[in-house]
Ligand binder design. Structure first.
Ligand code: ADP
Ligand code: MG
Length: 309
């Protein structure tokens, strides 16, 4: 199979869904026309076999997750996704693999009306790269650097489920593994939430490396500190159960890949919040990241954090 017919069979889209996309797959470049008054948010993420996923990973889930992690970055800026490009490095042409991979990719792309407008196909060790493009009205992006002292800190969804999914993949046995495994393999980018909170949030980040580590990026860039409250952390029943059994209470704070949004809101704007989310802490003047647990406040060190508890 030639590169051309591979693209034609698995990735070509007859009709582009967004008028922003003037020209898709087929020429040397794709063409986009950014509407006046808008900025283009651009992000890229790569997944390498052996580093980001296990050899032999399910291709449908890979296609889904590859797109999800990129769309999650757009969500964290408050951008509306409109198009993506896809660079594939494949060790071989495996039609079953390509069919499932493209189904997973397209499944999520259709859900958010994202057009695949181009890419590249090469041979080599399995490496998957997406570049994603989103629209934002001028000067409305949710940046990491805008958290203010006194802001309340929120997260969408629950924390630690993807981390538990990874533990399950590695042999931990849970009585209800399905939800955690799904969160690990097929994270849901919080696109609609990002678009909503853009109107009232000060700073935002998506949780790819664990809330402690990701929140720290907001703190560093905004030159502030924060205190979290253990009792407020939104935990699924499975994660609560895991902590009860293992005492590994660092998991919801340090495990990555939840792809929830962590954002800060001024106390004066709390009544504007119109999405499901949970307050987990507060931005403070004192630098660093602390957590209050069972009446004791302790510093959260991100590096070597596993060893603190
Ligand atoms: P060129 O040699 O000019 O870079 P290519 O032969 O690499 O062109 O690609 C031909 C067309 O197919 C281009 O429009 C390119 O964007 C698109 N394309 C190539 N690989 C992919 C892919 N994996 N997914 C989507 N589009 C692709
Ligand atoms: Mg090319």
């Amino acid at each position: 199979m030639s590169e051309f017919s591979l693209i034609q069979q698995y990735f070509f889209q007859k009709k582009l869904k967004n008028s922003v996309n003037q020209l898709g797959i087929g020429d040397d470049c794709a063409l986009m026309q950014v509407p006046i008054g808008n900025e283009l948010a651009i992000t890229t993420d790569t997944m390498v076999e052996g580093t980001h996923f296990f050899a032999g990973a399910d291709p449908y889930q890979l296609g889904y997750k590859l797109l999800a992690v990129n769309l999650s970055d757009l969500a964290a800026m408050g951008a509306k996704p409109v198009s993506v490009t896809l660079a594939l490095t494949l060790p071989e042409i495996n039609n079953t693999w390509l069919k499932e991979f493209s189904d997973g990719f397209r499944g999520l792309a259709n859900k958010f009306s994202v057009d695949l407008i181009g890419g590249d196909t090469t041979s080599g060790p399995l490496t998957l790269t997406v570049q994603a493009f989103g629209l934002l009205p001028n000067n409305q992006a949710l940046k990491r650097s805008f958290a203010k002292i006194g802001d309340l800190i929120f997260v969408t969804g629950s924390l630690g489920d993807a981390g538990l999914g990874l533990k399950i993949e590695q042999g931990y046995s849970s009585s209800f593994p399905e939800q955690a495994l799904r969160r690990f393999h097929q994270p849901e980018p919080r696109i609609d939430e990002g678009l909503s909170i853009r109107r009232y949030a000060n700073a935002c980040i998506d949780i790819s490396d664990g809330v402690a580590s990701d929140l720290r990026h907001i703190l560093d860039q905004s030159r502030v500190g924060a205190k979290l409250n253990w009792d407020q952390l939104p935990l699924s029943q499975q994660v609560s159960e895991y902590i009860k059994v293992t005492d590994d209470w660092a998991l919801p704070l340090t495990a990555g890949e939840d792809y929830e949004l962590c954002f800060t809101v001024s106390p004066t704007k709390l009544n504007q919040i119109d999405i499901d989310c949970t307050q987990i802490g507060v931005i403070e003047e004192q630098q660093g990241l602390r957590i209050q647990r069972f009446g004791v406040t302790q510093e959260l060190k991100v590096k070597g954090f596993e060893h603190f508890c």
